[in-house]
Design a protein around this ligand. Structure first.
Ligand SMILES: [Fe+2]
Length: 141
């Protein structure tokens, strides 16, 4: 019997108002939910590690995508935001390393990813969404 999830369900309150970014954030949360399930299932650690690496790769892709939009629309907070992304990628990479050494528990891993998702999305990405709204700019393809 599985225990209660520590990963929140997607909610509109996480939306920043930029469809591509919101779509990617939703999928990112889904990957964290999936990793938690892999941890709970006691699945082969090699497979679990692959799921963990999937999160790292998706985060890298997502940050690049988000930053490209920031550059396209001359977002003034770009450099600060870019630095935060570098720190986050570093934190995930380090967490994977410690997880492999069994120096981070699965609970700590999930807590880190959830905290990161919530803090970064709600406190930082929202600033970009607000900038786009305040400037009356709409993302075009
Ligand atoms: Fe971001």
């Amino acid at each position: 019997m599985s225990s209660e999830s520590n990963v929140p369900k997607w909610s509109d309150k996480y939306m920043i108002g930029i469809p591509d970014v919101d779509f990617q954030h939703q999928y990112f949360l889904r990957l964290i939910q999936r990793l938690e399930k892999r941890f709970e299932s006691g699945m082969d650690s090699h497979i679990t590690l692959r799921h963990f690496n999937e999160i790292l790769k998706y985060a890298d892709f997502h940050f690049q995508s988000e930053e490209n939009l920031m550059l396209m629309y001359n977002y003034p907070g770009y450099q600060t935001h870019h630095n935060l992304h570098i720190d986050l990628l570093d934190e995930i990479g380090t967490t994977i390393y410690y997880y492999q050494l069994k120096k981070k528990s699965t609970t700590e891993v999930i807590e880190m990813l959830v905290k990161w998702f919530l803090d970064h999305t709600v406190e930082e990405d929202i600033k970009f969404g607000d900038f786009m709204k305040d400037s009356n700019m709409v993302i075009k393809d």
